[in-house]
Design a protein around this ligand. Structure first.
Ligand code: ZN
Ligand code: MN
Length: 486
């Protein structure tokens, strides 16, 4: 029998592993035009090779001009991600040949990127976590290759689209954390209007670096880089797949000895080896000679910083107005809904009323009509409905009916009120107030009526009709007056 001590020592050699994940995120910026030319940046769904010009096609003698709006959007994103902006930075040329890159190089940033050292706070199952960011830099996208049997086709519409590349520190420990992190990152980029970040349109793409190490070990081991993941699901599945595969290798003592690049096959749910990773030296980076260095001053950066409201801050603001967490999250996830809510709240300064109108009535009527938020009435139309309601033209109840009809028909509030003949005041509580006023203002007629002169009632009704510009419902007015006068 082995002595007890030796047995324990043996059991200690069965190591468990920790997964280390870092991400590279490419997010397209939602500018009107491309990064270095005047071509439209709205490539999705357009006929191939229709949004191109000599600059983005890399013709000799053309010169790129940097898109100022793209730089602003990248600055806003950097500040929202708590990065340090490098006040002096410049573009660099990254040389490589690829069929969808007509210039033969990408204009990117290398040794002096726009921003360094950021942080993203995010939540996994209610637990607060934080992920560091190494850098954020600007660059242009390449075109798109399409493979059809034996031939490959290329569409250059996307060549030159402005991109932000955001690189994280190796702070993530599981597929779940990586997924929660990118979802918060996406919310932040949308909140500061830097990217539409529409996953379906490929506006946000991820590369994930995964490596393992024995628990307690401090150093990092050669990583596997998974390229071009296009959805949260693909990101999660690919990381989980590599985590499992690497665990098996480590257990056999055959862990990767150098860095490897792999691709994710969505249909087969596995990775394939693409190549051994290039090193930076292979790209022959040098400062881009065609674009002057960028310089920012503190005052303009401060202006950008002051205008930023992070999704979490927004959420807290909505909760402080009395919304619950789920309602606040709904507004943050759906920017159209959020802008309607904000507009109504700005007008009414009444959170309860805003919440009832937008989160209860509007959403309810949209659902009933089987319509999406994109098909909701425009902001101006909803504000008009409020104006009409507040003016007393229609009652609160009628206002609800009008909203429902607005959603069903797409007509404006004023049109519906007119068509339905709602201008007349039929609301009992509104009429009661007017009747009260009429009784006080027409004491002589009141006395006459009480004295048996039936015709005196007509005089009071006439006064009310004049006062309401003919909008009071006469039948109801008569009814209410008789009630009051016994
Ligand atoms: Zn162009
Ligand atoms: Mn890149």
């Amino acid at each position: 029998m082995l002595p007890k001590k030796a047995k324990n020592r043996y059991s200690l050699t069965i190591a468990t592993f920790e997964t280390i994940i870092g991400l590279e995120v490419h997010a397209q910026m939602n500018t009107q035009t491309k990064m270095f030319c005047g071509c439209s940046n709205d490539a999705f769904g357009k006929e191939a090779n229709t949004l191109v010009c000599p600059v983005c096609m890399g013709h000799p003698g053309t010169l790129p001009v940097i898109n100022g709006k793209a730089v602003e959007k990248a600055i806003r994103a950097s500040l929202a991600l708590k990065c340090e902006i490098q006040k002096n930075n410049h573009m660099s040329r990254k040389n490589y040949f690829y069929p969808d890159l007509p210039t033969g190089y990408q204009i990117s940033q290398y040794d002096f990127p726009l921003a360094l050292k950021g942080t993203v706070q995010y939540e996994v199952n209610g637990e607060k976590k934080s992920c560091g960011l190494t850098r954020l830099h600007m660059e242009n996208d390449a075109g798109k290759l399409m493979h059809r049997g034996d031939v490959s086709l290329v569409d250059y519409n996307r060549a030159g689209t402005p991109l932000m590349e955001i690189v994280t520190d190796p702070d993530l420990r599981s597929a779940e954390e990586a997924s929660a992190f990118v979802q918060e990152l996406r919310r932040i980029l949308i909140a500061v209007d830097s990217s539409e970040a529409d996953m379906f349109k490929g506006m946000m793409r991820f590369d994930a670096s995964v490596s393992l190490r024995p628990v307690g070990d401090k150093k990092l081991y050669p990583r596997v880089e998974i390229k071009n993941l296009n959805s949260f699901k693909a990101l999660e599945k690919a990381i989980a797949y590599e985590q499992k595969r690497l665990t098996k290798l480590w257990e056999k003592g055959e862990q990767p000895k150098s860095e490897v690049t792999v691709g994710w096959l969505d249909d087969e749910e596995k990775t394939v080896i693409l190549r051994e990773k290039e090193s930076a030296a292979d790209y022959r980076y040098f400062p881009e000679p065609d674009i002057p260095p960028l310089q920012f001053d503190d005052a303009s950066l401060e202006k950008f910083r002051a205008a930023i409201e992070l999704p979490q801050e927004k959420k807290n603001r909505y909760v402080s107005l009395g919304l619950n967490e789920a309602e606040a999250m709904l507004l943050i996830e759906q920017t159209e809904l959020q802008s309607l809510f904000d507009a109504v709240y700005e007008k009414t300064n009444d959170a309860k009323r805003t919440s009832s109108l937008i989160l209860t009535q509007l959403i309810g009527f949209l659902k009933a009509a089987n319509k999406s938020i994109e098909e909701a009435p425009k902001k101006e139309s909803i504000l008009e409905l409020i104006t009409i309601t507040d003016a007393g033209t229609i009652s609160g109840n009628q206002s609800k009916q009008v909203l429902e009809k607005m959603i069903q028909t797409g007509k404006s509030a004023a049109e519906i009120v007119k068509e339905e003949g709602m201008e007349q005041i039929s609301d009992t509580s509104a009429l009661e107030a007017i009747v009260q006023k009429a009784l006080e203002a027409n004491t002589a007629s009141v006395e006459a009526y009480k004295g048996g002169k039936q015709a005196a009632l007509g005089a009071i009704v006439g006064w009310i009709m004049k006062e309401t510009k003919g909008q009071a419902n006469p039948a109801k007015v008569n009814e209410l007056l008789k009630e009051q006068l016994g």
